[in-house]
Design a protein around this ligand. Structure first.
Ligand code: 13P
Ligand code: SF4
Length: 298
């Protein structure tokens, strides 16, 4: 199957991008693995005709928005992000109408329609840097992740209007689960994703995007880490730092949508040029402004 994927990739002049949470075998066959920011950037740099995006739908949609002329395929189009679907374009328009002077900022985990309504987009890897560019007295509507928004507002000493969205996978983590993991591995530092709730973030040593976690693991003197994010990251952490040890806070932290991409449906995506990601041109054009504004800053 791996050989078939490589041959089809050549035939189509395709590139495979995979998120850090995808299955290990999918990460291994991909040309690039990364967090949302790294993959969005990569999508603007590749000169392949076809991008096969292994991850969830909003990520493939972002790649398409950045490359309107390229064919973007997603192996399983039902791989959504429940958090991204927690706010609709209509709901955001209603919120903006109530706050006519506010700037609307979306986490990249949002639909193209929501991005199209926003002044700025952020990822967990650049949110602090990007949000610093807003004046301290600017009114900010942050959607859809209340936790990433709350985390950045806390870091910058600001108050944002937070949409009550959240990640159901990271919601499985509790401060108690961090405490238990520390008891199992005394003295080992804990890193969690900023999509975790405040008490979980406070209980950890580091709040980092998945790309930030990989960097920390590679560059730190520490030899062991407790990891509070989706389990797929462990494959990359272990691959890049084989001499180090990584312990998940809990083995239950699986995002079912990130696991929908398999070698088989990846092979089929290339073989049958399916499932093409299409974004309405007008929406894509507006959404691109918010993504470009973010990429310019970070
Ligand atoms: P990263 O950008 O940190 O990879 O996060 C994406 C995501 O969906 C986390 O749940
Ligand atoms: Fe969405 Fe959470 Fe899955 Fe990330 S881990 S894709 S935020 S549901």
């Amino acid at each position: 199957m791996i050989e078939e994927i490589k041959a089809l990739k050549k035939e189509l002049n395709a590139v495979i991008l995979a998120h850090n949470y995808t299955r290990g075998e999918v990460q291994d066959v991909a040309d690039y693995t990364g967090d949302s920011l790294e993959l969005a950037r990569k999508a603007t740099q590749v000169d392949a005709d076809v991008i096969v995006f292994c991850g969830v739908y909003f990520m493939a949609e972002t790649a398409k928005i950045l490359n309107p002329k390229k064919t973007v395929l997603i192996p399983d189009p039902s791989a959504g992000c429940p958090m991204a679907d927690m706010i609709t374009g209509e709901e955001l328009r209603a919120l903006k109408a109530k706050h006519p002077n506010a700037k609307a900022v979306c986490y990249v985990n949002s639909t193209a329609e929501v991005k199209a309504e926003c002044d700025m987009c952020v990822t967990s890897g650049n949110a602090e840097k990007v949000m610093k560019t807003f004046a301290a007295d600017e009114e900010i509507l942050f959607v859809p992740d209340q936790h990433l928004g709350g985390h950045i507002a806390g870091l910058l000493g600001r108050t944002y209007s937070l949409w009550p969205g959240y990640c159901p996978t990271h919601a499985m983590l509790t401060a108690k689960s961090i405490e238990d993991a520390r008891a199992r591995h005394p003295g080992v530092k804990v890193m969690v994703h900023p999509e975790c709730a405040k008490d979980v973030r406070d209980a950890a040593d580091y709040n980092l995007s998945t790309g930030g976690m990989c960097r920390l693991a590679r560059e730190s003197e520490e030899k062991e880490f407790i990891v509070g994010t989706e389990l797929g990251i462990l494959h990359r952490l272990q691959k890049e730092s084989p001499e180090k040890k990584f312990y998940p806070v809990t083995e239950r932290l699986v995002c079912p949508n990130m696991k929908k991409t398999t070698l088989e449906n990846l092979r089929d995506a290339l073989k049958f040029r399916q499932h093409e990601v299409i974004v309405d041109e007008e929406i894509a054009c507006k959404a691109k402004k918010a993504i470009d504004a973010m990429l310019e800053i970070s």
